[in-house]
Design a protein around this ligand. Sequence first.
Ligand code: NAD
Length: 500
Amino acid sequence: MTDNLAHFIDGSLVDGTSGRFADVFNPATGEVQAKVPLASREEIDSAVASAKAAQPAWAATNPQKRARVMMNFVALLHQNMDILAEALSSEHGKTIPDAKGDVIRGLEVAEFCIGAPHLLKGEYTEGAGPGIDMYSMRQPLGVVAGITPFNFPAMIPMWKFCPAIAAGNAFILKPSERDPSVPLMLAELMQQAGLPNGILQVVNGDKEAVDAILEHEDIQAIGFVGSTPIAQYIYSKGCEHGKRVQCFGGAKNHMIIMPDADMDQAVDALVGAGYGAAGERCMAISVAVPVGQETADRLIEKLAPRVEALKIGPFTAGDDVDFGPVVTAEAKTRVLGLVERGVEEGAKLVVDGRDFKMQGYEDGFFVGACLFDNVTKDMDIYKTEIFGPVLSTVRAETYEEALSYAMDHEYGNGTAIFTRDGDTARDFANRINIGMVGINVPIPVPLAYHTFGGWKKSGFGDLNQHGPDAFRFYTRTKTVTSRWPSGIKEGADFSIPTMG
Ligand code: NAD
């Protein structure tokens, strides 16, 4: 017996009317546990119409009142943490502690948005000229949208809708069709927190819904997170339709291990950052770059037994599990295919998880941890984002060679260096062409009051996610020049005014 999920439109859960549905799996068992409706253009139109009607009154609500909704929402997230985490794990497959982390990293952005009154303050210049004052204000865009990936079904929707709504916009969320329950629950909690009907809509769907959003003339801006090919598609099509667009894409994050690094610390970092959430994180470390053959040998010697000992299991198995299944059967087939490809290409598979079977969960989408050594730049497993529990080791002779691997890769989301040498760390942070950098920190996800964003093929468009950039992205600046007393007479001036 499977449940039919819904959309959340105009303050209520509503059934889908397109007649099209997608299966939502429990990745641990492989069973279909729900069907999610896939919205038609008409359903997108109805959500946008409701958002458009509700938005002016919300924009006119003073920012402190909007901030109070965020405050209530944060409290409700805490109260509902266990329910949210269980729903999230059952559709995504990640462990319960990791699912709570997913909710908390979103909640922290909601907390940041309580500061909306301060963040939306404009600028003022008194006496810019004779009797002239000048001020600028930040105004909401109107109706804006977010299209989000499966791997953080709580965090990334909140990164999008919290700042947009706190800034006075109405928001259309199109979450991943693979794990849609938590986004629906978040919308219900926002409603309970005091959000008026129509300000947050959740419309489930696939390409049809996304295209309807991209082409809708009443949607002013789109924030996307997902894989790079789709990010590029959404960026170009959204811009073509005159929208403000920011898209965050895939990744291949390198961690450089210098000869002077604390090797135990580096190994701890690599197992957590490489295999946590089955490697399905855009900030996962997927490439280890030890510098010098001796460093590489020491690394593999310590790392291989740790990777072999990783505990894999369903989220219901409790806190003892390190990571769960990947999200779908297709994801499993894809990851195993890439591991096979790596072997064919001549990389050394030091830990081979290809035959892993989870006892009692044989139909689940589990993939055993894999560790490659002697991976080279020309191999597909190096070039491609694998998005599974697979770590590749690329050996570099020098720091400059290690740096060039990270610099030359097409992705530029995150990176890290492990060293005890301040000069090297500083040089790395300074020269690297990647958006988020860790120094002895493997997953340098910036906190809510800083901003998150990759470079190169990991990010398209202007401004980052959350932090002050989110308020810049979801608002536009209006600048007013006024002259009082109005009676000052200077005669007509036919040249451009200057402050001469
Ligand atoms: P995805 O690109 O398959 O899907 C993302 C969204 O796009 C979903 O809502 C999906 O429904 C929609 N979509 C999928 N195919 C589409 C199409 N043909 N046309 C229009 N819309 C389409 O990504 P995913 O598998 O859900 O997520 C994993 C990817 O996201 C990885 O590449 C990961 O690195 C990336 N990611 C990036 C960040 C970041 O901040 N850079 C964060 C998390 C995940």
